[in-house]
Write a protein that binds this ligand. Sequence first.
Ligand SMILES: O=C(CO)[C@H](O)[C@H](O)COP(=O)(O)O
Ligand SMILES: [Fe+2]
Length: 231
Amino acid sequence: MPLPETFDRNVKIAPSILSADFANFGAEIRAVEAQGADWIHVDVMDGHFVPNLTFGPPLVKAIRPHISTVMDVHLMIAPVDPYIEAFAEAGADIITAHLEAGAHTHRTLQAIRACGAKAGLALNPGTPVEAAAPLLDLCDLVCLMTVNPGFGGQKFIHSQVAQVKKLREMIGDREIHIEIDGGVDPSTAPLVVEAGADVLVAGSAVFRGGSVDNPAPYGENIRAIRASLEG
Ligand SMILES: O=C(CO)[C@H](O)[C@H](O)COP(=O)(O)O
Ligand SMILES: [Fe+2]
């Protein structure tokens, strides 16, 4: 399902299937959507750009029919450009590439849009948000990493909150999502939403305590993040 035509400024929770049961992706995705997930976040890692390996386009294509909402594909790979078409054909609605993954990010973002997907730009915690300024008109989403990419379950890097605020000011009234990825839970979600984020990726904080046979904790965990944003 593509993103809605009208820009959705509401806060969206995007569970990362990095924390799901890898032997059961279809059932995990259906369960977490039934429990209130807004988008599904898919972490692709190459063992080169990041020190971990996950999966590629065939797996993304295989899980696509199980996703009835937005499929948000986070590419932690270098190079990116040779694989963009394959991920678009596999059914990604959003394809996010890292600024740090290559010298020609402008071209990468153009190539993502040319394939019909929405273009996302991810920044590592060590990259100042100002580096995204010349690229913002090519972005539908900017993903600020609040952990060093590569693994789920890491500790949120608090110094990134000021970067979120700066980025929101840089974006102004442009229709660009700010996505936060890493260490999001009920204690950190309000900080980044207050600073201007509208998409929250959460892996361990959503999947902890549940399973496909006992999915209720997924819903409780999602509702706990939403409740932390009230008031
Ligand atoms: O891109 C990622 C790691 O590189 C993941 O999306 C992220 O870590 C989510 O996991 P958690 O919520 O457990 O931190
Ligand atoms: Fe991610």
